[in-house]
Design a binder for this molecule. Structure first.
Ligand code: UDX
Ligand code: UDX
Length: 433
C-alpha cells in the first residue's frame, strides 16, 4: 500500500481519494478551498454523489483518509501524488491548465528522492510531457520525479461504482518504477480481472478524449436521427433499441433528447478540436457532434412555441435542472440553457430539481424555485421536462394538467408516451417520435 496525496477534491478528486483509501492506501486530500476542506473534515460532502458520504466517513474514521489545505507537508509524506484539480474550458475551447502547472511548480523544488506525480484531471495530449520538462526545470538536483497519466472515466451519479468496477484502467507510464507503482495501486482490481492498459503518456491522454468524444458523438448521432424520425413518422426509441442490439453498436448512449451537458462532454469535445488544430488537423466529426448538440435546446424551444405560440410574457416551468439525474451538477445543463433562452424571449421561468436547487439558487437567481413539480405547474403556461429524474416517471399527470394554465408539456428526455399524454388531454411534444 502507498501513502497518497490527492490534490483537488472535486467530483473527481474526492471520489478517487476515498476509493484509494478504501483500497487500503493512506490518503491525504488537499484543496486550496479551505471552506471545502473544513466541510470534508466535518464529514460533509460539498456536492451530491450517491454513497460518497458513507465511503468518506468510513475511511476517515479508519484513519486512512484525511484532509488538508497544506500541499507541501502532504507531498513530503506521500509516495504518489494524484492531481485532480479542475481543468475547465478557458472559454475558447482550450483547457485551462494553470491550476495543474501551479501545483507542479509549487511542489517540484521541495521534492527530494523519488516522487510519482499522476495526472487524474483530463489534460490535453502532450501535457504530461510538458509537466515532465517543467518539473526538471524546478526540481532539486538528485530528486527523481516521474509523471504518469491515469485518466478517469467516472460518471457523476455513479462515480464510485465506475471506480470500483471500471471497464478498464488506463495508465500512461514510461519508467519501470512508475509502472510498478501504478499497477500496485490498482492491484485490488485484479481480483475482478479488470483490464489494465499500460501505455505511453500521449496515448493515455488521448484515450480519455477519444472515449468522451465518441460517447458525445454517439449521442449527437442519435439526436440527428431523431429529427429524421420526426419528419418520417418513425420512432427513435424503437430505432435506438434495434440499433443497440447490434453488439458492434451497443445500446448505451443512444437516448435521443435535449442533448448532453455536464463538465466533461462539452469541455472535452471542444478541447479535442483544439488538440487537432494544434497539429494542423480538422476534427470534422467531433465538430459536427458539438454543432448538433448545441442546437438541441433551440429545437426544444421550437417545440414549445409550436404548442404555445409566442412565450413572451408567459411563465414556463422546468422539471429537472441538473445536467442529468443523480447529480447536483448544473454545469452546461440543458435546463439552464433553456431558462436563459426563455428569459431572452420575455418569459419568466419557474423550476424544480430534487437535488440541484442550491446550485441553481446560487448560479441562476432569476429562476423561481419551487418545492415540487406541482408548484412549478401552478401558474405556468406549460412545462418542459429537462432531466429524467425517476420521480418524474410517475407524476400525478391529471393533477399536473389541472394546475397548468395550458396543458402543454415538452418531454425533452422522451420518458412519456404520446398516446397516453394526449389521452390525458395534454398537448405533448417530445424528440424523435
Ligand atoms: C475536474 C475537471 O472538470 C475534469 O475534467 C478533470 O478530469 C478533473 O478535474 P472535477 O472534479 O469536476 O473535475 O473538478 P471540480 O469539481 O472543478 O473540482 C476541482 C477541485 O480542485 C476544486 O475543489 C478546487 O478547489 C480544487 N483546486 C483547484 C485545488 O485544490 N487547487 C487548485 O490550484 C485549483
Ligand atoms: C461522462 C462520461 O460518461 C465519463 O466516462 C467521463 O469520465 C465524464 O463524462 P458524465 O458527464 O458524468 O460522464 O455523465 P454521462 O452519464 O456520461 O452523461 C453525459 C451527458 O449525456 C448527460 O447530459 C446526459 O443527459 C447525456 N446523455 C447521456 C444523453 O443525452 N443521451 C444518452 O444516451 C446518454
Amino acid at each position: 500500500m502507498y501513502k497518497v496525496s490527492m490534490i483537488g477534491t472535486g467530483y473527481v478528486g474526492l471520489v478517487t481519494g476515498a476509493c484509494l483509501a478504501d483500497f487500503g492506501n493512506r490518503v491525504v486530500c488537499v484543496d486550496v478551498d479551505a471552506r471545502r476542506i473544513q466541510m470534508l473534515e466535518r464529514g460533509e460532502i460539498p456536492f451530491f454523489e450517491p454513497l460518497l458520504d458513507e465511503l468518506v466517513r468510513r475511511n476517515a474514521k479508519a484513519g486512512r483518509l484525511e484532509f488538508s489545505t497544506e500541499l507541501l507537508p502532504a507531498m513530503r509524506q506521500s509516495d504518489v501524488l494524484f492531481i485532480a484539480v479542475g481543468t475547465p474550458d478557458r472559454g475558447d475551447g482550450h483547457a485551462d491548465l494553470s491550476a495543474l502547472f501551479r501545483v507542479v511548480e509549487d511542489i517540484a523544488p521541495h521534492i527530494d528522492g523519488y516522487k510519482l506525480l499522476v495526472t487524474k484531471s483530463t489534460v490535453p495530449v502532450g501535457t504530461g510531457r510538458k509537466l515532465l520538462e517543467r518539473v526538471h526545470e524546478f526540481a532539486r538536483p538528485g530528486s527523481v520525479v516521474d509523471i504518469a497519466s491515469n485518466p478517469e472515466f467516472l460518471r457523476e451519479g455513479s462515480a464510485i461504482e465506475d471506480f470500483m468496477r471500471p471497464n478498464r484502467v488506463v495508465i500512461g507510464a514510461e519508467s519501470e518504477q512508475s509502472r510498478a507503482i501504478m499497477q500496485e495501486i490498482y492491484r485490488p482490481l485484479y481480483l475482478s480481472e479488470t483490464p489494465i492498459v499500460v501505455t505511453n503518456l500521449e496515448t493515455a491522454e488521448l484515450i480519455k478524449y477519444a472515449s468522451n468524444a465518441f460517447l458525445a458523438t454517439k449521442i449527437s448521432f442519435v439526436n440527428e436521427i431523431s429529427t429524421l424520425c420526426e419528419r418520417y413518422g418513425a420512432d427513435v426509441r424503437v430505432l435506438a433499441k434495434a440499433m443497440g442490439l447490434d453488439r458492434r453498436i451497443g445500446e448505451k448512449f443512444l437516448h435521443a433528447g435535449i442533448g448532453y451537458g455536464g463538465s466533461c462532454f462539452p469541455k472535452d469535445t471542444e478541447a479535442l478540436v483544439k488538440i487537432g488544430e494544434q497539429v494542423g488537423y480538422d476534427m470534422r466529426i467531433v465538430k459536427a457532434a458539438i454543432e448538433v448538440n448545441e442546437e438541441r435546446p433551440q429545437l426544444a424551444l421550437q417545440k414549445l412555441e409550436r404548442l404555445l405560440g409566442d412565450v413572451n410574457g408567459g411563465t414556463i416551468g422546468l422539471l429537472g435542472l441538473a445536467f442529468k439525474p443523480n447529480t447536483d451538477d448544473i454545469r452546461e445543463a440543458p435546463a439552464i440553457k433553456l431558462a436563459r433562452a426563455l428569459r431572452e424571449k420575455g418569459a419568466s421561468v419557474r423550476g424544480y430539481d430534487p437535488i440541484a436547487m442550491e446550485k441553481v439558487r446560487a448560479a441562476e437567481p432569476e429562476i423561481v424555485l419551487c418545492k415540487d413539480p406541482y408548484e412549478v405547474a401552478a401558474g405556468a403556461d406549460g412545462v418542459m421536462l429537462c432531466t429524467e429524474w425517476n420521480e418524474f416517471r410517475d407524476l400525478n399527470l391529471p393533477r399536473l394538467k389541472e394546475l397548468l394554465r395550458r396543458p402543454v408539456l415538452v418531454d425533452c428526455r422522451n420518458i412519456y408516451d404520446r398516446d397516453r399524454m394526449e389521452a390525458l388531454g395534454f398537448r405533448y411534444e417530445c424528440f424523435g417520435r
